[in-house]
Write a protein that binds this ligand. Structure first.
Ligand code: FAD
Length: 495
């Protein structure tokens, strides 16, 4: 994989330095990564990919849980497995596209096609919007229903408003694509702000999505209903999230979405497997101390590790890692999303309906104190019952579930510290936490939290590490590394 890289004398001498540091210490590593999610796995992958062979003697990943993947995880209910956390990927999530083909994984399209999915927007007392449904499986009938639904949507939300919403998302996605450009035109970034400004995305993090969409000319009803449904599903939050997080959220409701068959977590597992990594499962890092030339990491297993470079690839907000000397990052609250999986049957009476088949396949909700959940979606329709996924801001009580469901054979509840609680303007933690070699991938999560944004941030940090180790300035200067290609499509193919 690395055969095309040019070994610069500077990097080679650096690798010798790294290898010869602290030969007497039991656990010596070039790079230690805390967290085995897509961010940590991507750091290992890109470090190996962008550095000459043998440059980085040892890369270690520490994972407090017994499995890799972090927020990419599956849940098994009724004998079938579904995504429990990060579920969908955008067709232009090119790192994920590349990982999937590089690792020989299979792409999976959603069970229910976008245009045949019935949608209802629930306000706590009634459906304020509901698409038409039909039981016929005839393609022509389905097509007609789909056209009728498009007309319904256009009548309620306005053709021009819907078009403007689409353009807003498209323009933002196009700007994001700059992060796949080759090294010749894409600098290495030392800060999230610099990274966002370069792509023309920073200003979107200084206004709320609601404000931005008013500026773009969307109708208030579109913002209050459809857009709100989407931000609540994807980030558990209202349109008060930043314009950028909002655009990412809206992009995640478009066509062509996909996931990895068998579970998205396999991307992390595959990258770790192929990156010559020493993986420490069930080993939580409790402290990171700078010892003058290396970082000493102490784990819950009572082990110590000396690391030339340390990368934090997990949000620090709800963790108690002790840093010495202390680090300073802006306070950030995480939005908790409760994912409840139920195999059973919804109770149509809860929604004022007669038959369970009248309940839309996706029940979205608007901001209202009367709504105790953010969304209910169908994961799979079985012969006699259905598997549902419910998202909510608070835990779903059994009493509430008993009202919502007429049959409940199995229930699984997961409380996710899911993503940042977004604001505008956003403030960012630094990528480099101590001005030395302590890096923080999840500083980028204030821009947006997705599998792909973690991979994009990790790719930049891998370049940042290598460029700083080789003594090159970042932000305005390309590192002393050879890019695989200046053309992003070629770069994708090469992976
Ligand atoms: C319910 C839900 C739905 C989502 N839906 C989507 C979606 O559809 N599409 C999408 O792209 N994204 C989605 N996301 C967001 C996505 O999951 C995250 O942005 C992404 O997975 C973050 O990856 P990461 O590697 O940065 O962090 P994480 O996946 O959180 O990985 C961090 C890892 O570090 C480990 N760790 C933490 N502290 C320590 C320690 N001290 N020592 C050792 N290990 C430690 C953790 O156990 C964890 O495994 C969703 C998230 C949630 C929760």
């Amino acid at each position: 994989m690395n055969s095309q890289i040019t070994v610069t004398p500077l990097l080679l001498s650096l690798s010798i330095t790294l290898l010869s540091l602290h030969p007497s210490l039991a656990h010596s590593h070039s790079v230690c990564i805390i967290g085995s999610g897509i961010g940590g796995a991507s750091i290992a992958h890109f470090l190996r990919r962008y550095s000459p062979p043998d440059t980085l003697a040892q890369i270690a990943i520490f994972e407090r849980h017994g499995v890799v993947g972090g927020r990419m995880a599956t849940v098994t209910i009724g004998g079938e497995t579904f995504e429990a956390g990060a579920s969908i990927l955008h067709p232009k999530n090119y790192h994920a596209v590349n990982y999937t083909s590089y690792l020989g994984l299979k792409r999976k399209e959603p069970e229910l096609a976008d245009d045949s999915l019935s949608l209802g927007i629930w306000d706590g007392g009634k459906f304020v919007y509901k698409t038409l449904t039909c039981s016929s499986k005839l393609p022509i009938v389905q097509r007609l229903v789909s056209i009728a639904n498009s007309i319904l949507m256009a009548l309620r939300y306005g053709v021009v408003s819907l078009f403007r919403m689409g353009s807003f998302v498209e323009v933002t996605v196009d700007k994001f694509l700059k992060y796949y450009e080759g090294f010749e035109s894409r600098p290495v970034f030392e800060s999230v702000e610099g990274m966002l400004k370069w792509a023309g995305l920073y200003n979107l993090t200084t206004v709320t999505l609601g404000e931005k969409l008013v500026e773009v000319g969307l109708s208030p009803i579109l913002i209050q209903e459809l857009v709100t449904v989407i931000t609540r599903i994807n980030y558990g939050q209202s349109v008060n999230i930043s314009g950028l997080a909002g655009a990412v959220s809206l992009a995640g409701s478009g066509g062509g979405l996909w996931s990895v068959e068998g579970g998205n977590w396999q991307m992390a597992a595959g990258l770790i497997n192929r990156s010559n990594v020493e993986l420490h499962l069930r080993e939580e890092i409790e402290s990171v101390s700078y010892m003058g030339d290396v970082y000493e990491l102490n784990s819950t297993k009572g082990e110590s590790y000396n690391c030339q470079v340390t990368v934090v690839a997990t949000p620090l907000d709800e963790l108690n890692i002790l840093f010495s000397p202390g680090i300073s990052i802006p306070p950030r609250k995480l939005q908790h999303t409760h994912a409840t999986f139920v195999r059973g049957l919804l109770n149509p009476a809860y929604f004022g309906l007669d038959r369970v088949s009248d309940i839309p396949e996706l029940v979205g909700t608007i901001e209202s104190a009367d709504v105790p959940f953010t969304s209910i979606s169908i994961l799979k329709q079985h012969e006699n019952d259905t598997t549902y996924k419910i998202f909510s801001r608070e835990a779903m009580t059994d009493a509430l579930l008993d009202k919502l469901f007429s049959v409940r054979a199995e229930t699984i509840k997961i409380d996710w510290a899911a993503y940042p609680h977004y604001h505008a303007p956003e403030v960012y933690a630094p990528f480099i936490l101590d001005g030395k070699h302590l890096y923080y991938v999840n500083a980028f999560e204030n821009a947006a939290s997705t599998m792909e944004t973690s991979a994009v941030a990790a790719e930049n940090i891998a370049r940042l590490i290598l460029s700083r180790l080789s003594g090159k300035a970042a932000d305005n200067d390309s590192p002393n590394l050879k890019s695989f290609s200046s053309d992003s499509s070629e770069m994708r193919a090469e992976l």
